[in-house]
Design a protein around this ligand. Structure first.
Ligand SMILES: Cc1cc2nc3c(=O)[nH]c(=O)nc-3n(C[C@H](O)[C@H](O)[C@H](O)COP(=O)(O)OP(=O)(O)OC[C@H]3O[C@@H](n4cnc5c(N)ncnc54)[C@H](O)[C@@H]3O)c2cc1C
Length: 441
């Protein structure tokens, strides 16, 4: 594959999955070796890695060189002594999971969608759900990356201490990750039950009731429409009258009215972890991509108050919403993780694709959640004030120092990074967040 082409390059996305961001890169690359990547990074003034393009903002964009690692060998190496797997950055979680399961191993958690790349998901602290389960990045034991000078650097959890914790969720700002080593655990089976109409007062009990629990709501009324309960296969099924809910009569999609065929098996049918923990099957695309997403992470201790703060605008939310999902994520120590030091409630919104209609509602949601110290999902739509975001991250200044050390010339920077990590003084216009940018093309 030739490198540095100005037009489309096969395997390098020209826009993100949702189509609301058209990448502004001048050149696109798909190197086929790490050495080729190192030369490319060393010789570039501005460079960003792109994964599978599932983020909804311009975090993965650049005006310079956009590089996809999908042309590197898709290695998956299991280490049975250390109980780890080392995987090429561009491998999709779903493909990794299939290989791991065949080797008798599992990951503790997966996102709703298995189609996303490992490095892209780790870079933004992508997560699933579970009161005792951290986000996907918390499984990282080591990272190999090409730094701004073209050198290949390996950082490990057991030898690089605190600095490692700053480098895992790095938003693509510290280098191009080539390989990721993840902790693995023995493979396990899961049964998924969907229950309907949970009283909101039973939220905590529902979250604590199984290995991984997701709640779906449209904010109308005081009941949660669907509870997706992913429980270990040998745990007892929910009782008929479990928390005042009823059992779904057949398979359902989180968005009412959408066909359930894309969704992972429900009705308590046992199956391997990687075919139950995501909501969507690897072999299907969950929707057309005509949607936007936002998500805010809040301390679990303020969950009830924060949700109540949104009630007065429930109708405005519902008018531009496909569905909302509530999940829990355990606290961790990764500096830029939205769960840093906080057991968290994740409040997610799958909006319609109408950016102009969605924007004022995003602003209203952010205004109402502001007293609860929200941290945004780095890969989704948000316009929170940079100073307020920085205030919620105790290690924000330490990350700025890391940026300065590892990328002094700002090779990996983007407008969005300048906005939220301003060391070069760059600023986006207020309230932009870099997502309402280009129509699908
Ligand atoms: C339908 C859908 C469902 C989703 N479900 C969930 C969910 O359940 N939970 C959740 O938390 N999020 C979810 N997301 C968001 C998604 O997981 C994140 O946006 C994630 O970052 C996407 O991974 P990607 O490979 O597409 O990364 P991209 O969007 O391509 O890139 C994201 C960031 O990672 C960086 N990056 C990518 N590759 C590398 C690399 N090799 N080295 C360094 N940096 C790199 C990019 O520069 C960019 O900053 C969902 C998104 C969609 C579209």
């Amino acid at each position: 594959m030739s490198a540095g082409e100005q037009g489309p390059v096969a395997g390098v996305p020209g826009r993100n999955w949702a189509g609301n961001v058209r990448y502004a890169a001048t050149r696109r690359h798909r190197p086929s070796s790490v050495d080729e990547l190192r030369r490319l990074v060393a010789g570039s003034d501005r460079v960003r890695a792109v994964g599978t393009g599932h983020s909804f903002n311009r975090l993965g964009d650049t005006t310079g060189d956009l590089v996809s690692l999908a042309g590197l060998p898709p290695t998956v190496e299991v280490d049975r002594e250390r109980h780890t797997v080392t995987v090429a950055a561009a491998v999709r979680y779903g493909d990794l999971a299939t290989r791991l399961h065949a080797a008798g191993y599992a990951l503790p958690t997966m996102a709703s969608l298995p189609h996303i790349s490992v490095a892209g998901a780790v870079a933004t602290a992508t997560h699933g759900s579970g009161v005792g389960i951290g986000n996907l990045a918390t499984a990282v034991a080591a990272l190999e990356l090409v730094t701004a000078d073209g050198e290949l650097l390996t950082v490990r959890r057991d030898t690089d201490g605190d600095r490692f914790a700053g480098m895992v969720v790095a938003l693509g700002a510290l280098g191009v990750v080539t390989r990721v080593t993840l902790d693995v655990m023995p493979a396990f089976d899961v049964r998924q039950y969907v229950r309907l109409d949970l009283p909101r007062a039973a939220l905590d009990e529902a979250f604590a009731s199984a290995y991984s629990v997701s709640l779906f709501t449209d904010w109308r009324g005081d009941r949660i429409g669907q509870v997706w309960r992913k429980q270990l296969a040998d745990a007892p099924p929910p009782a008929d009258d479990w928390l005042g809910t009823t059992a779904a009569a057949g398979p359902v999609h989180p968005v009412p009215g959408m066909p359930a065929g894309n969704c992972t098996a429900q009705l308590g049918e046992p199956g391997p972890w990687h075919e139950r923990l995501p909501h969507f099957r690897l072999g299907f695309t969950p929707s057309s991509g005509d949607e936007l997403q936002s998500e805010y992470h809040l301390p679990r201790a303020v969950a009830a108050d924060a949700l109540a703060a949104l009630d007065p605008v429930a109708d405005r939310i519902a008018a531009v919403l496909q569905v909302s999902e509530l999940r829990t994520v355990a606290a961790d120590e990764l500096w830029l993780s939205p769960q840093y030091g906080r057991d968290s409630l994740a409040v997610h919104f799958t909006w319609t694709g109408d950016a102009d209609a969605v924007a004022p509602v995003v602003a209203e949601v952010e205004r109402r959640l502001a007293p609860y110290a929200p941290r945004p999902h780095w890969g989704k739509v948000f316009t929170l004030d940079p100073a307020a975001v920085a205030d919620t991250y105790p290690r924000h200044a330490d990350f700025l120092a890391l940026l300065h050390d590892l990328d002094p010339a700002g090779k990996f920077r983007t407008d969005l990074l300048d906005h939220y990590f301003p060391i070069s003084g760059g600023r986006l216009p207020p309230g932009r967040g870099g997502w309402r940018v280009a129509p699908p093309g």
